[in-house]
Each structure stands twice: as C-alpha cells, then as structure tokens.
Design a protein around this ligand. Sequence first.
Ligand SMILES: [Zn+2]
Length: 239
Amino acid sequence: MLTFPILTYHKVQAIPPTPGYLCNYVLPAQFERQMAALEAWGYTSITLEQWVEIRSGRRMPPKRPIAITFDDGYRSIYENAWPVLRTRAMTATVFLVAGSIGETNRWVTEEAQEQLLNRNEIAEMCAGGVCFGSHTFTHRPLTNLPQPEALLELTRSRTALESLLGHPVTSLAYPYNKHNRWVRAIARRAGYQSAVLGRGRLNARWTNPQALMRIAVDLRMTIEEFESRLCRPRLATGL
Ligand SMILES: [Zn+2]
C-alpha cells in the first residue's frame, strides 16, 4: 500500500544560549545525516501539490514518496537546510507566516527570537524548486478566532504569498496544529487543496488532504528512531 510520510522541521541550527522550545531545533549535521539516510533508503521527496495529484490519480507516485516541511520560515533553513537539499536535488515545502516575512518569530515571546526568511531568500529557494505554503498571516491558532477572522487569516496570507511568489499557493500548515471541522472547511473555501498538522502518523491515499499528518523531527531523535517513525505502520484515520 502507498504510504506518505511528511516530516516537520522548524529550525536547523546550533542551539542558542536561551533556546525556549528545544523541540523546535535540529542540528545542521543531524539534518544532513537524515537527508543522506532518506536518499540511501530510496525515498523521493515531493511537494504537497504533487501528493494531491498522486492521490487523485493524475500523477504516478514515485518510489517511496516523502515530504519534507518546515514551519515558520526561519532563515536557518536558507543557511543550513537548503544547501543540503539542493546538493541532493531534494525538494521541500516551507510554510511562511505571511505577515512576518523578513522579521522574527515575534508571535512567540517565550522563545529565542530568530530571523525569518526575507523576500530575496524566498525567491532564490523558489527558483531552486522549493515550494512555499501558508502558515497564516499572524500565526494565531485558527480555532480560537471568530470564523470571519480565521477566513481572513487564510485568504490574506494566500494573496500576499501569491503576489510574492508569482504563482498559486495551495498548501497550508495550521498554526500550533490547531484545527477542527469548520477550520478545515474554511481552509478548503479559501483555496487550500492540502493542509498539514501533527499527530505523528503516515498518510494513505484516503487520508483527508485538509488534515495530513506529520512526523515532528527534533534534536533528541536518533537516526534509528527516525527510521522507525517512517516505517511504523500507524496510518492516519480518515477525519
Ligand atoms: Zn508555527
């Protein structure tokens, strides 16, 4: 059976003196080892757009499809992850907070403030085959917002990113993985063909594309754990 793991990363960099959430870090050498392992194990990195085509039968699945995703759009992706991906001809999807391009992760004050990708870095990565999706406009949990405001977060970020990138933006990562039935419905209404969350499971063709599960990779994960998470036959149930 065709399974589709999606990995989640945040920051790929050395740990600062006061990091805040350690689970948001992976060391550059660790990331490089994980990408080399994916290549050695025969995985093919794809975008979420490609998965949408595969699950609907419009595209043939490659050997062992996998998606590599980054939340928040930190500059460390450009500095430390992008060179590794480019060397191996791997693609990835970066979910940007559209209202904070070139700024810092100011939505979370208890965490170290890190530089986010600027327009030039995004353009360079886009030209190199990296895909960009929305992580909303202000990174607030959509489930806590009144519906019109949640819809605005989704449409405003999509419009801003589309004018920055010059092509359609159709994938979304829910901030804090917070979603429910109406959030998924307005995400679809706002033009997102796929949306991702947490939960640590693999996806199948029948997994709801508005609720694709992801495996969070963090600092403490050994390469053996990394491998077992990809192979574990825990499939997402339909939402
Ligand atoms: Zn986030």
